[in-house]
Design a protein around this ligand. Structure first.
Ligand SMILES: Nc1ncnc2c1ncn2[C@@H]1O[C@H](COP(=O)(O)OP(=O)(O)O)[C@@H](O)[C@H]1O
Ligand SMILES: [Mg+2]
Length: 176
């Protein structure tokens, strides 16, 4: 039975279902839960943020936590890409949103009885980073959504979940 459980979240509704599933599993199995988000970078930022249904809420919440070095904090998603003078400011905001994503997931998991989950915010290729972490720290299972923030809803699996299913060395659950 899985004792070390890794749940991956991009802040999407699909990932939220994965967090609930992983948290309930951790609670029932007395397992240790780790919540992981890999920061959006490069070309993915615009496309994925624009589709993040909750992005405005996440951005507002990140702003309240005092995102570092961000002079102009957007109150609406439409301002998100106009509001930053430098790339460093934009990246700081993306990092702050990442913190909000893992903190919210951890809070939800605690409410479901999963103890105090560990949280990580990492950088790099999303699937590779998650697979490498699972290998390096001997996770028993990776739990993720079958889909995330991407646009192609008719596909069964997203590119991240497909790559993880293919390359992970541990058990993988895709939650629908
Ligand atoms: N940046 C990310 N950080 C952590 N987990 C992620 C990230 N992106 C996707 N995932 C995980 O992979 C699942 C599937 O997402 P993905 O393959 O990107 O599908 P889509 O193409 O719909 O975005 C998500 O529900 C989430 O669990
Ligand atoms: Mg995606």
């Amino acid at each position: 039975m899985p004792r070390k459980i890794l749940v991956a979240t991009d802040g999407s509704d699909g990932a939220a279902r994965a967090v609930d599933f992983a948290a309930e599993m951790a609670a029932k199995m007395d397992g240790a839960l780790t919540v992981v988000h890999v920061l959006l970078e490069g070309r993915r930022v615009g496309a994925e943020f624009a589709r993040m249904a909750e992005a405005e809420h996440l951005v507002r919440e990140a702003a309240k936590t005092g995102a570092p070095h961000v002079a102009h904090l957007p109150t609406h998603l439409s301002e998100f890409f106009e509001g930053f003078d430098t790339r460093a400011q934009r990246d700081a905001m993306i990092a702050a949103v990442g913190d909000v994503i893992v903190d919210r997931a951890a809070k939800r998991a605690r409410e479901l009885g999963a103890g105090s989950p560990d949280t990580r915010v990492l950088t790099g290729d999303t699937a590779e980073t998650l697979v490498d972490l699972a290998d390096a720290e001997d996770f028993d299972i990776i739990v993720m959504g079958s889909r995330g923030l991407g646009p192609l809803k008719r596909m069964v699996l997203g590119s991240v979940s497909e790559k993880i299913v293919t390359h992970a060395h541990c058990t993988v659950v895709t939650v629908r």
